[in-house]
Write a protein that binds this ligand. Structure first.
Ligand code: PLP
Length: 375
């Protein structure tokens, strides 16, 4: 089965990992610092803190943004459940704002309609790799004293008007899961524009340990003295994973270029076909495309999905609206609240999209889709 996404690993990646295994530092070592600095350069953020996953990165970003029991977090239902459930983990009340029906990104007008002076965070998602409309969302969020989080699990390397993802929101989170644009096996990161917030994010992912003498509350106990002022977890990425990340980051531009070619060919070849609708791309964005979402019209999504799977094409659906998950249903959320997201979900199929997908494989996907629609 041709997968919808997969990693691209080369001999340099393998050598980079092997080198760390022979070194003194398996974790909290120089590869982690080098990876964080390289991500800072790439994103233009003031501080980047790596994490054990994209989900951990979201938990860290919300903690850094001051989300606590009773805080309101406004987000999109058209995302992986972690964007919202990691805010629940801090006791937040999650409020869903509907998507723009063309881009599947959160609609600024819908955000504007639900924010209040209790909103602590507005969290957008760069669906498929296309940056959310952060200029408008920042203005709305900052207008009510809230912080913006951009879940960029799909979009490392994307730009909007030439500005890199990582510099568009107060806090940006990344995932380095194997299907994403680059991988560390499991891993993630938080980019922060404010270094003080970045330090809070760092401490949250490091058990809350404070080691700066000038901030200590108690007299020095000796060289072993350290303090915890706020609780934290251990979400540290290891040097083994960071070395893979550094090596992958060097090829991100190549991955991006190949994904852009695949996206352009899908758009071109599918745009003329009856019964499908291609994805809307905003002016000014230059995405690293993580997904190729196509809409199957006339109620035929399930049928076409099953036919593609039967033809050996490992298609996926992204995503079940987040509030349909029982964890949200049990809190009282009901179907029907975000009609654009529900409609998008009912039509969407993600076609194979990854850097090592060959032209022949892409032809096979397009032929199989044409065939499924005709039969
Ligand atoms: C993958 C993903 C996550 C979670 O990342 P993990 O590394 O799998 O924990 C969060 N949000 C979105 C939009 C994702 O695609």
């Amino acid at each position: 089965m041709l997968p919808y996404g997969r990693q691209s690993i080369d001999e340099d990646d393998i050598a980079a990992v092997a080198e760390v295994l022979r070194s003194d530092w398996l974790t909290t070592g120089p590869a982690v610092s080098r990876f964080e600095e390289a991500l800072q350069d790439r994103t233009g953020a003031a501080r980047v803190v790596t994490a054990t996953s994209g989900t951990a990165a979201l938990h860290m970003a919300y903690a850094g943004a001051g989300v606590t029991r009773g805080s309101q977090v406004v987000t999109t239902p058209m995302t992986f459940v972690a964007t919202a459930s990691s805010a629940l983990a801090l006791g937040a009340e999650v409020v869903f704002a509907d998507i723009d029906e063309g881009t599947a990104n959160i609609d600024p007008a819908a955000v504007s309609a639900v924010v209040t002076d209790r909103t602590q965070v507005v969290a957008a998602v760069d669906f498929a790799g296309q940056p959310a409309e952060m200029d408008e969302i920042n203005a709305i969020a900052h207008g009510v004293g809230a912080v913006t989080v951009e879940d960029a699990a799909h979009s490392i390397g994307s730009t909007d008007d030439g500005r890199p993802v990582g510099s568009l929101a107060d806090l940006t989170t990344f995932s380095f899961f194997p299907t994403k644009n680059m991988t560390t096996a499991e891993g993630g990161a938080v980019a922060s524009l404010d270094p003080t917030v970045g330090q809070r994010v760092h401490e949250f992912h490091f058990i809350g340990l404070v080691r700066d003498r000038s901030r200590m509350r108690h007299p020095d106990e000796g060289p072993w003295h350290q303090e915890v002022h706020e609780w934290g977890l251990n979400y540290r990425l290891s040097d083994v994973h960071a070395a893979l990340g550094l090596s992958q980051l060097r090829r991100l531009d190549r991955f991006k270029a190949r994904r852009a070619d695949l996206f352009a060919r899908y758009q071109e070849e599918l745009s003329g076909i009856d019964g499908v609708r291609t994805h809307t791309v905003r002016d000014g964005v230059d995405p690293t495309w993580h997904l190729y979402p196509v809409r199957i019209l006339d109620g035929r999504r399930r049928e076409v999905f099953d036919k593609l799977r039967a033809a050996g094409i490992g298609v996926q659906v992204n995503y079940i609206p987040v509030y349909w998950h029982p964890v949200f249903e049990d809190l009282g959320y009901r179907r029907g609240m975000c009609p654009n997201a529900e409609r998008f979900y009912s039509e969407e199929i993600s076609l194979p999209m990854f850097a090592d997908l060959t032209d022949d494989q892409q032809s096979q996907v397009i032929d199989a889709l044409r065939h499924a629609l005709r039969s």
